[in-house]
Design a protein. Structure first.
Length: 316
C-alpha cells in the first residue's frame, strides 16, 4: 500500500505541471489557499534540519507566483465569511527573528498581509523549542563529522538538555548570542505594521502526546497571553506540528469557552468539516522546484482525493 501510494504521488508530481493552476484550483469544496513557512534566510541556519526553508530569492518568487494567480487577503477577511475563491492568506509559525528582519520587509514591499503564530514561552528568547534544540545539537555533531538525527519529542527534553550539558553548550548563552526568536518589541512593531499575531501553544509540545485537559490548557494559556499582550481583532491559534490527535470535544470546548475565533492545522490542501478551522499548506517541502510546481501537485492530489472521497481532513 505504501509503495503504491509512493508511485501514485510520483505520478501526480510528474503530470501536475501539464495543467494550469486555474484548472486545478477550481471546483466546489476546493478550500482557500493557506501557505505557511517558518523562516526565510540566505544564511546557513541550524533549523534546516527541521525545514527546507527558502532563500530570499526563492521566497520572492513564491510570492510573485501566489500574487499572479491568487488575491492576498487578511485574517479578518478569511474569518469574515466572504467568498474565498482564488484567495490566499500567508502564515508563519514559531516567531523566529527572520520573520521580523527578512519576511516582514518583503511582505510590506509587496503589500501582502500575514499572520505570525508564536509561542509565549520563547518570546524574547527565554527558551528554545525542543526540536530546535535537537537541530542545534545535530549541527554541532555534524561539524565534528558525526551524523546524528536527534528528533526528540517534548518528553525527551531532559535528555536533550543533558546532551547539551555534556558538550558544554549552555542554552542561555546560545539564546543570548543567536537570538533565534523575535523580541516583544519586534512583535509589537509587527502588530503596529498591520500584521496579525496569533498563538501557537505555550511551548510547542506534540499535542498528540497530551491528554485533552493538557491540550486545552496549552490553547487557553497561550490565547490568554495573546489577548493580554496584543488584544487581536481576530483571536487565531495554529496547532503546533499538526492538529492530529485533537478530538472534536477539544474543539467544542475551544468554541464554548470562546478561546479562539479561528484555528489552523497543517494537513495541506484539505476540506474541513469544522467551520472555523482551516488546513494550511507547508511551502518548505524538499524537492519542490518552485511554488507553481508545488501548488499544482498539491491541487491535483486534492482533486484526485476528492474523486475518491478522501479530501476531508481527519484527526485520528
Ligand atoms: Zn511550530
Amino acid at each position: 500500500m505504501v509503495e503504491k501510494m509512493k508511485i501514485l504521488s510520483e505520478l501526480i508530481k510528474k503530470i501536475a505541471p501539464n495543467f494550469s493552476i486555474h484548472q486545478l484550483s477550481k471546483g466546489h469544496e476546493v478550500p482557500v489557499l493557506l501557505p505557511y513557512y517558518h523562516l526565510v534566510s540566505d544564511k546557513e541556519h541550524p533549523f534546516h534540519y527541521n525545514y527546507n526553508f527558502p532563500s530570499t530569492k526563492r521566497f520572492r518568487k513564491d510570492l510573485d507566483y501566489l500574487l499572479d494567480h491568487f488575491d492576498p487577503i487578511s485574517l479578518e477577511e478569511l474569518h469574515s465569511g466572504m467568498n474565498l475563491r482564488n484567495t490566499f492568506h500567508l502564515t508563519f509559525d514559531d516567531g523566529l527573528r527572520e520573520c521580523y528582519e527578512i519576511v516582514a520587509p518583503i511582505l510590506k514591499e509587496k503589500g501582502v498581509s500575514a499572520t505570525f503564530f508564536i509561542n509565549p514561552a520563547f518570546v524574547d528568547n527565554h527558551d528554545l523549542f525542543h526540536r530546535y534544540k535537537a537541530a542545534v545539537l545535530n549541527r554541532f555533531f555534524a561539524k565534528k563529522g558525526v551524523k546524528t538525527e536527534l528528533k526528540k519529542t517534548y518528553a525527551d527534553l531532559l535528555s536533550l538538555d543533558q546532551i547539551a550539558e555534556d558538550i558544554g553548550l549552555k542554552w542561555e548563552e546560545y539564546l543570548d548570542e543567536e537570538k533565534p526568536y523575535m523580541s516583544m518589541e519586534q512583535l509589537k512593531q509587527m502588530d503596529e505594521d498591520g500584521f496579525t499575531i496569533g498563538a501557537h501553544s505555550w511551548d510547542h509540545p506534540e499535542f498528540w502526546l497530551l491528554d485533552e485537559e493538557r491540550q486545552l490548557e496549552e490553547v487557553k494559556e497561550s490565547m490568554e497571553w495573546l489577548v493580554a499582550n496584543f488584544n487581536p481583532k481576530i483571536k487565531a491559534f495554529a496547532f503546533p506540528f499538526t492538529d492530529f490527535g485533537v478530538s472534536d470535544s477539544v474543539f467544542d470546548a475551544i468554541h464554548r469557552k470562546r478561546l479562539c475565533d479561528i484555528t489552523f492545522g497543517t494537513a495541506g490542501i484539505k476540506t474541513e468539516k469544522l467551520p472555523t478551522h482551516f488546513q494550511r499548506l507547508q511551502m518548505e517541502q524538499v524537492g519542490s522546484k518552485n511554488a507553481g510546481q508545488l501548488l499544482k501537485t498539491e491541487y491535483l492530489s486534492f482533486q484526485i482525493k476528492r474523486l475518491l472521497d478522501q479530501h476531508v481532513a481527519k484527526r485520528d
